[in-house]
Design a binder for this molecule. Structure first.
Ligand SMILES: [Zn+2]
Ligand SMILES: [Zn+2]
Ligand SMILES: [Zn+2]
Length: 332
């Protein structure tokens, strides 16, 4: 195990998505099961979808995303932001199955460099009041790369391609490696074989480092089972036998731990969203300016900032409502 990977493990500290094996039966701890076939398909142009996805991030996570370098983000935050972006954008690129490529960190120590996600459609997860992408995952292993379609998928990592792609760091690689078996398990319609690593060595967690030389994060029992219909119709049908069905959902923040959605509420009040509610955000809420010469606050609530009297005056008609009600940012 490389030092970098060790560091990634340390940074992740705990596996966020544990699977246990009880009597050779894999059980999920913190992700619920979904029946994809019975979940209705959602039109991905629905107006509520971007707002819904934004609620997967808490206010503090959103401000970190705006203020911090990606390498400094908590792994779970960048994972959530990545999934939220995937689900909001990918359905508008190309035809189903919509492609997402993840280039794993070269230091991760896994014998596979690229994971491909095929997204067929978005479905309603009625029990959880959210959406779930009906998808499958393919690891571009040496065996897959011997197939022409596998090579063509790898070529899509080129900067010139239109495909949605992410270069992920060490910690994010570990997180995806842990998450993917969970996403497969939660919508499993097939049975694990007797030689499956879940049943083989129940005492060892599936997701632990002894598996780090594996070329796929998944056990393989689900490969080629329950193939996405659109994949079989596509240019990538030759790699279909290597794919495993997954149910990819946004990962939500917990409202009892962190405040969520004040920017979404601002929008519904018809207010401009002050995107700079982090310490670096001492800019005018009207023009974004830095102060002429000094940034000033509203003298009633002290919660909003202006560069000049002119900007404050222009904003007053709107601000006086939230100012009086104490609704300006910072009071949620
Ligand atoms: Zn298995
Ligand atoms: Zn201004
Ligand atoms: Zn005020």
């Amino acid at each position: 195990m490389s030092n970098l990977r060790r560091a990634a493990h340390k940074r992740l500290a705990l596996n966020s998505f544990p699977i246990t094996t009880s009597q050779s039966f894999p059980a999920l701890w913190n992700v619920h099961y979904v029946n994809l076939a019975k979940s209705p398909v959602v039109n991905t142009n629905m107006k509520w979808l971007p707002a819904h996805l934004e609620l997967s991030l808490s206010d503090s996570e959103l401000s970190c995303l705006k203020a911090l370098d990606r390498s400094k983000l908590a792994t779970i935050t960048s994972l959530k932001a990545m999934i939220s972006r995937m689900l909001s954008d990918v359905f508008h690129i190309g035809q189903p199955p919509h492609l997402i490529l993840l280039r794993l960190s070269p230091n991760s120590g896994y014998a596979c460099n690229v994971l491909v996600l095929f997204l067929e459609c978005l479905r309603l997860d009625l029990s959880a009041h959210t959406v779930v992408a009906d998808a499958s995952v393919l690891a571009l292993t040496p065996a897959v790369l011997e197939i022409q379609a596998g090579q063509q998928l790898l070529d899509l990592m080129e900067p010139s391609s239109e495909a949605m792609k992410f270069e992920i760091n060490d910690a994010e690689t570990t997180a995806w490696w842990q998450l993917l078996p969970v996403l497969a398990e939660r919508c499993r319609t097939w049975t694990h074989t007797s030689s499956c690593k879940y049943s083989n060595d129940a005492s060892e967690s599936l997701q632990e480092e002894q598996n780090s030389n594996q070329d796929s994060p998944l056990c393989g029992c689900g490969s080629g089972q329950d193939i996405l219909p659109s994949l079989l119709q596509s240019d990538w049908k030759d790699v279909a036998p290597y794919t495993t069905r997954i149910a990819l959902s946004p990962l939500f923040a917990m409202a009892y731990l962190e405040s969520i959605g004040s920017s979404a509420r601002d929008k519904s009040f018809g207010l401009d969203v002050d995107t700079d509610d982090v310490p670096s955000g001492d800019v005018c809420r009207v023009c974004g300016g830095r102060g002429k010469p000094k940034i000033m606050s509203c003298s009633v609530c002290y919660k909003v900032k202006y560069c000049s009297r002119a900007c404050q005056k222009g904003d007053w008609k709107r601000h006086k409502v939230e100012c009086r009600k104490g609704l300006a940012k910072g009071n949620f």
